[in-house]
Design a protein around this ligand. Structure first.
Ligand code: SF4
Ligand code: SF4
Length: 373
């Protein structure tokens, strides 16, 4: 059966128009037939770090509010759950919800915020890489999961959308462990697909109104793209939104993997588009992404080309020695000396977790001049 993706546009988050757009998506897709009164509906925004909505790092609280209001209209109970990139404790989660504008929003709308921080280890029998992992309790016990990704570029896997967002269901510092188990982009992408396929969110609604381009997922710049998308299939939604953001879907290993496993389509031609189809908006890519040309070189040249072309993290001016990068480093390659972070490059696997988690955005991405594009 062909997947359906609803596409829409909004210039911003204010006003009743956003709720009306989400309501339109729910009606077009038939979401109101799926959510039954009394269901616990778990909303999974992207709250990777504490940041103001205008930074476009996290799913905007007004976007999540509009989706939650539609859930309530269907009679569902809204629970918002997420785990950031660093430590995952009740105190940290309360601070993140507050800092991202979710505490007041949830109170105003009668939504619950999950701050108990319980998780459970599960087996993923169909997985191709990540066969064992811990998952936040609400994603295992909730009746209906709505995935609310932010449309962003990503340093390691190129693009961050619906499939990538479900990685947030893995609690805090266990995420760097997954990076450590799968340091190569291709293997890590397969692990992301394993986790998304296991969780199978029933609906995904993407916030690309204020998206992020450049050095995403946290150090890029806001792009007021005005894009919104929704689908029962996170894979089909990613194919559409990645294309709209100027990525050809196939070179992204994560989406190629989805298509290869038969989880999602290869191109938008295999998708029924609803709502108002949008013109592509070309995003500036993350500097750490893409060494795809290596696959086209003769086999014996690839290891050296990969070594020289893979970018590396560099601590820039303005480091305050807070240690967030060291907490998230899967290889414990970062030490804090004299109030400043230092990287042991002999241990670094170039996963860019430090780049993602630095609240001051001072972990830069360096690449040899020959490989800058
Ligand atoms: S690099 Fe960033 S995260 Fe690391 S210690 Fe410095 S300011 Fe903190
Ligand atoms: S130093 Fe940064 S890029 Fe290197 S392994 Fe640690 S978190 Fe990953």
């Amino acid at each position: 059966m062909r997947e359906r993706v609803w596409l829409g546009q909004r210039p911003g988050y204010q006003g009743e128009g956003l709720f009306e757009k989400i309501n339109e998506a729910f009606e077009a897709l038939g979401v109101y037939d799926e959510i039954k009164p009394g269901m616990t509906v778990v909303l999974k925004p992207n709250l990777i770090q504490r940041s103001k909505p205008q930074a476009a790092i996290c799913t905007h609280p007004l976007f999540t509010a509009a989706v939650g209001r539609c859930v309530k209209r269907a009679g569902g109970r809204v629970l918002i759950a997420e785990s950031p990139g660093g430590p995952y404790t009740p105190a940290v989660m309360k601070a993140i919800f507050k800092g991202c504008g979710y505490t007041d929003m949830a109170e105003a709308n009668g939504f619950a915020l999950y701050t108990e921080c319980r998780s459970r280890e599960v087996s993923l029998p169909q997985a191709q890489r990540c066969r064992q992992v811990s998952i936040l309790e609400p994603f295992l016990s909730g009746d209906f999961i709505i995935n609310l990704p932010k449309l962003k570029t990503h340093g390691m896997v190129g693009y961050s959308g619906a499939v990538k967002n479900m990685f947030g269901a893995v609690p805090g510092l266990q995420k760097p462990e997954v990076h450590c188990r799968f340091p190569e982009k291709e293997d890590f992408s397969k692990a992301l697909v394993d986790i998304c396929a296991f969780l199978s969110p029933q609906l995904s609604v993407m916030d690309g109104i204020w998206a992020m381009e450049g050095d995403g997922p946290t150090g890029g710049t806001r792009r007021e793209a005005g894009l919104m998308g929704a689908s029962f299939s996170p894979y089909a939604l990613d194919v559409c939104m990645a294309e709209l953001a100027g990525f050809a879907a196939q070179p992204l290993p994560m989406l190629a993997e989805c298509a290869q496993r038969g989880l999602g389509p290869k191109t938008t031609e295999e998708i029924d588009l609803l709502g108002s189809p949008q013109e592509p908006v070309r995003f500036r890519k993350a500097r750490a992404a893409s060494t795809d040309f290596i696959d086209k070189l003769p086999g014996p040249l690839r290891p050296a080309a990969k070594r020289w072309s893979t970018p590396w993290p560099k601590i820039g001016k303005g480091c305050i020695g807070c240690g967030k990068c060291a907490e998230s480093c899967p290889k414990k390659a970062i030490g804090i000396r004299e109030g400043r972070a230092e990287i042991d490059y002999s241990a670094c696997i170039r996963c860019f977790c430090c780049h993602e988690m630095c609240p001051k955005h001072v972990v830069g991405v360096r690449r040899l001049g020959l490989f800058r594009w």
